[in-house]
Ligand binder design. Structure first.
Ligand code: SIN
Length: 332
């Protein structure tokens, strides 16, 4: 006797990226060339996994992702998640800034349903495109009860990553995503899920930033540290109106003396300065080589510069004072 069961319902929000890219004569490709419907049509077996409702939220390469698209994406995702009939949400997205969007949504969506970002390193129309298997796996994760309560996830290359941990680490290879500090959330082998430990920090249901408020996100710039660095770009960011600066410092978030002096002056002018690291792994701790207490800097702990920027923007939008902001880098 065959028992018919109702399929999970997934909302797919499409934004573009290489997963929707088409190659062009000469070897290049155009991101976001294909519609979401075309992407789904290229994935055998999806119809047996879930009923999928599609919405094209944007049609961009993810270098063009910005606050306005983030806000629209958060609103559309929250609306879908608030629908009791929806099991989970999948978001197709370029890989370049996927980690930032994933972390932003991890902090601003009020839900315990699965939310999965998925992309591809190869355009949809080339040999061995990775988009179809990534999309199949993303839908399988979003449809799975075991994926609930884990915050926003990124699925690619048969791996499941937590939004807080994941980073793009390679320009072209399909195994570009890594979670350097705390490792994978799990694996997904053609729709079969294997979750490892839970994520360690607050997200979604327990985030004070969820649901997303109407308060505008303030300008926060990232300044990259290097040998021979001068103070000019720090001064320029402050003059341009940045309310926060994230320093991608050398090593454990360090900067040469002139740049440090410029950052200390920025703090005196009311700008929040967060030290993070350009190394791609490890923790930036307070008061080791730099006396943060004396000059008034914050540290990003494990967050990479681009994720520290997201958290700082949300904290500043909520008018949190410096001490409370530092606490948030320990909580999220
Ligand atoms: C993009 O981020 O839109 C381009 C690169 C990619 O999707 O892999």
């Amino acid at each position: 006797m065959s028992v018919s069961r109702e399929l999970p319902r997934i909302t797919l929000l499409a934004t573009g990226g290489t997963i929707a890219g088409a190659h062009m004569a000469g070897g290049g490709y155009a991101a976001a060339a294909l519609s979401a419907e075309a992407l789904l049509a290229a994935v055998p077996g999806l119809a047996e996994l879930a009923t999928i409702q599609v919405e094209q939220v944007a049609r961009i390469g993810s270098p063009d992702m910005d606050d306005a698209v983030w806000r629209k994406l958060a609103e559309r995702a929250q609306a879908a998640l608030d629908d009791p009939a929806v099991t989970g949400v999948v978001i197709t997205h370029g890989t370049d800034t996927m980690e930032e969007t994933a972390y932003f949504l991890n902090l601003v969506l009020k839900t315990d349903k699965p939310v999965v970002l998925v992309g591809a390193m190869r355009p949809a129309t080339v040999i061995s495109a990775d988009g179809p298997i990534n999309l199949y796996n993303a839908v399988a994760v979003a449809a799975a009860p075991v994926a609930r309560g884990r915050g926003v996830l990124v699925v690619a290359n048969d791996e499941i990553h937590f939004a807080r941990e994941v980073a793009k680490t390679n320009t072209t290879q399909v195994g570009t995503f890594k979670s350097p500090n705390r490792g994978l959330a799990g694996l997904v082998n053609r729709g079969r899920l294997h979750f490892f430990g839970p994520t360690v920090r607050r997200h979604t249901q327990t985030s004070e930033f969820a649901p997303l408020s109407a308060a505008p996100l303030p300008r926060v710039d990232i300044i990259y540290g290097h040998a021979g660095m001068r103070r000019d770009l720090i001064d320029a960011a402050v003059a341009a109106g940045a309310q926060g600066l994230v320093v991608a410092g050398v090593g454990a978030g360090n900067l040469p003396a002139g740049a440090l002096a410029a950052c200390a002056e920025a703090v005196q002018r009311g700008v929040v300065v967060v030290r993070s690291s350009r190394t791609g792994g490890g923790v930036v701790e307070r008061n080791v080589e730099i006396d943060d207490d004396r000059v008034g800097f914050l540290v990003a702990e494990e967050l990479n510069p681009q994720k520290a920027r997201v958290l700082l923007m949300l904290g500043l939008a909520h008018n949190l004072p410096a001490a409370a902001l530092q606490e948030r880098f320990e909580l999220y």
